[in-house]
Design a protein around this ligand. Structure first.
Ligand SMILES: Cc1ncc(C[n+]2csc(CCOP(=O)(O)OP(=O)(O)O)c2C)c(N)n1
Ligand code: SF4
Length: 283
């Protein structure tokens, strides 16, 4: 049996009270609950406070460039489909700098679990607006308030028929553990947008603000009903639905490759003659 100590307990550089702490705890609990050993998991991230999460957990890690976690995670999953690949990102890293990769990964439906620590702000670079900041949100860089309308990651993911789309909140530990576990079990791309208070640079969307608004989605919602999921994805304000918003069973990207059906690419020997033949062809 796997235990939580195997995932380590590290000193972090996060501010006391940051919403990243409960997300990291929930991730460890989810992995332990699924009986996954650290060596079976690859954590991939970009740059930002959220992207530091893989530094504070035992497992395989690739820390890439800002916004570039998904291409790395895709390559790793194709090379070794047996790995559980968890992508950890901030909202800026995923929906801003990595926006196009986000769209491509959803369309491909790669079997990745994408955890977005959504604090509606750029935390690491000291509080500029992010793509999910509300209109009118005042920062030192946007003293007159944000002019642009916020990016709705849930609506975009549902519109593109992502494999699994869920929302949770850092202050709802058990709910978050369940969402992460369901995301990991899902074969295909699983997006879990996690509402994460940033106690230093977002004084609007606080723990209390979310606690008053986050409402678990009831059993009356069928996540396989795309039109209802689309309508639910647009709900935000006095009531914010948390839970599985949309799910489907379309094949994961890696299932389309005949070459992967034989065995993972990882560990295969290079056929030198075939390689020489290809190189000669392009010489
Ligand atoms: C290409 C590129 N652009 C900008 C930066 C500067 N930068 C580093 S972290 C960051 C914002 C991170 O915000 P977010 O992804 O929301 O994560 P958080 O720190 O809030 O967890 C920015 C703009 C960078 N490192 N690389
Ligand atoms: S700046 Fe915000 S997101 Fe970054 S560690 Fe501090 S509270 Fe967390």
């Amino acid at each position: 049996m796997v235990n939580i100590e195997q995932y380590g307990d590290y000193k972090t550089s996060w501010c006391p009270g940051c919403g990243n702490f409960p997300i990291l705890k929930a991730l460890k609990e989810a992995l332990v609950g699924l009986d996954l050993e650290p060596h079976q998991v690859l954590f991939v991230s970009g740059i930002g406070q959220a992207a530091k999460a893989p530094h504070y957990i035992n497992g395989n890690v690739f820390n890439g460039l800002h916004g570039r976690s998904l291409p790395v995670a895709t390559g790793a999953k194709l090379a070794n489909p047996g790995l559980v690949v968890v992508v950890e990102s901030g909202d800026g890293c995923m929906y801003g700098e990595g926006g196009n990769h986000f769209l491509a990964a959803i369309r491909r439906n790669i079997d990745l679990t994408v955890l977005v620590h959504n604090n509606q702000v750029y935390g690491l670079t000291k509080g500029q607006a992010s793509p999910t900041s509300a209109q009118g949100f005042v920062t030192r860089a946007q003293p007159d308030g944000v002019f642009s309308s916020p990016f709705n990651p849930i609506a975009v993911a549902v519109a593109l028929q992502a494999g699994f789309v869920a929302r949770s909140f850092a202050g709802m530990g058990e709910h978050l553990v369940e969402m992460i576990q369901r995301g990991i079990r899902h074969r295909g791309l699983a997006l879990i947008d996690i509402l994460q208070p940033c106690v230093s640079f977002n004084h609007v969307n606080t723990y209390d603000w979310y606690r008053k608004r986050c409402k678990p989605i009831g059993p009356e919602h069928d996540p396989r009903d795309w039109e209802k999921a689309m309508a639910l994805s647009l709900k935000w304000g006095e009531e914010i639905p948390v839970g599985v918003i949309y799910q489907n069973d379309r094949p994961a990207f890696e299932e389309h490759f005949a070459v992967l059906k034989e065995a993972p690419l990882l560990g295969r020997k290079v056929d030198k003659r075939a390689l020489e033949h290809i190189l000669e062809h392009y010489a």
